[in-house]
Every structure is written in C-alpha cells, then in structure tokens.
Ligand binder design. Structure first.
Ligand code: KIV
Length: 260
C-alpha cells in the first residue's frame, strides 16, 4: 500500500480497513491478515502506557513505537501520529518533527489533529513531501478544551469547514471521530480524499479501530460504536490461570515438555 493507492481506493469504491498497532508483534499479525493501513496512534499513551489521556506522549515515544511497527510490516501503509505539542507551535516545528518521524521510523505518513486551525501546518508538511492525514471531530489532544473524550461532535458547519480545509491544504486522508453518521456521509461525499471513520457510521470510505478494543483485550470501555470482534481478554485470562494452576500442581512441565 502506498499513499497514492490509498487515495485511489476512494474512486474505485474499495473500502479501507485501518487498525492501530504499537509494536512488532501485533503489527506483523495485522499486516499478515491484510489490513490496508496501520496507525501508530498516540492512543498508545492510554492503552500501552496506562495514562488517562494522550497528552503526555512524546515524540521520542512515537518514534520508538513507529520504528518497531514499520520493521514488522510488509504491505500495509504505516501512519504515525504526531503527538500533542509536536506540531501546534508552528508549521516549521511540525516539518522538523515530522521529518524526524519519517527518517527515524521509515513510515509512509503522519497524522495530526485539526482542520481549519492546522491548515497552514498541513500545507507545510505536504509541500515538504511529508504525506499527512488529518483528524477532525472528536480530537483527543483537545480534551482540555472539549472536556470529555466521549462527546459526539455535532457542529455540521464547523466539521465540514475543518474537513474541506484539510483537503484543500493537501491532506491525503482524514479521520472522522465521533460524529453523527449523516454528517460523516456529507463530508465523505464532499471530499475527494478518503474519510476514515471511528464512531462516524457506515458511510465513510474506511474504518479505524483501536486494535486492543477491536480484539476485546481492553475492559470497561464500551462506546456505542465499538464492536469487539473477539474476546482475547477472556482467552488470555483463562490461559494464564491454567498456567498458574498447572505450575502450582506440578502438572507443567510434564514429560512431553522436558528434555531427556
Ligand atoms: O490515536 C489513535 O489511536 C487515533 C485513532 C483513534 C484514530 O487517533
């Protein structure tokens, strides 16, 4: 997958699947399964680091995880999130930091949050030949202003303006997070770049989920949009309990798992 192929999927009517990954093991597995793109999301601050928001994630941490993911991937497009305050200061700051991400991870693209207010930055990245995906609607890096992560964003005029500004500035794709399906459908129709929805209904050009949620590894987080395609948490818990019991009872290792 390349950025031009990702963009061309829209006109061909091919729906794009995107999943987050943060390490070599899972990135390799998702790639083998055939996912179109892997997002090294700054959601790693919450799902990997156990923090309550994505705000503390650093550029060095994104590069550390991005590099592991890129090394595992043979075909998917790898997109790395620019973390909070690594691009908001100025377009020049964004180009410099995104440049590090590209050089040190080998990724194909970066993602930043924003539309109208980040248009100059998106333009600067695109002009430096650094493919950039935008992210509008619910933007986790704006949590301090928005107040909550789970708030559906309903301002149609603002959402359309953000999406149009991102496309016009040179974004190659756009994530639509937590917006009503009708607005997502209008944005998808209005743009020529692919829209990738999360909590934005079925009419986007593709979908993205946080992989730990999609696999049922996480617990206690059940927004309406989330479908768990497996219950790996239960499977892993049962396997771990079984291991503990067999070790305690002297059943493992048995003869079949011992060297003579
Ligand atoms: O950081 C992330 O995982 C994301 C997705 C939820 C789109 O931005």
């Amino acid at each position: 997958m390349t950025v031009p192929r990702f963009m061309a999927a829209k006109s061909k009517g091919k729906r794009l699947s995107v999943l987050t990954a943060y390490d070599h093991l899972w990135a390799g597995l998702f790639d083998e399964a055939g996912v179109d793109a892997i997002l090294v999301g700054d959601s790693l601050g919450m799902v990997v680091q156990g923090k309550s928001t994505t705000l503390p994630v650093t550029l060095d941490e994104m590069i550390y995880h991005g590099e592991m993911v890129v090394r595992a991937v043979k075909q998917a497009l790898v997109i790395v999130d620019l973390p909070f305050m690594s691009y908001q200061v100025s377009p020049a700051q964004a180009v410099e930091n995104a440049g590090r991400v590209f050089k040190e991870t080998g990724c194909a693209a970066v993602k930043l949050e924003g539309g109208v207010h980040q248009a100059a930055t998106i333009r600067a990245l695109a002009q430096a030949d650094l493919p950039v995906m935008a992210h509008v609607g619910m933007r986790p890096q704006s949590i301090r202003r928005l107040g909550a992560m789970s708030k559906v964003q309903r301002d149609e005029v603002e959402l359309l303006a953000d999406a149009r500004a991102a496309e016009e500035a040179g974004a190659f794709g756009i994530v639509l997070e937590l917006i009503p399906r009708g607005i997502a459908a209008k944005i998808t129709k209005a743009l020529s770049i692919p829209t990738i929805g999360i909590g934005a209904g079925p009419d986007c050009d593709g979908q993205v989920l946080v992989s730990c949620d999609m696999l049922g590894l996480t617990d206690g987080f059940q927004p309406k949009f989330l479908k768990r395609f497996a219950n790996l948490r239960e499977t892993a818990l049962n396997a771990t309990r079984q291991y503990i019991t067999e070790v305690a009872q002297g059943e493992f290792p048995d003869a079949a798992h011992s060297h003579e």
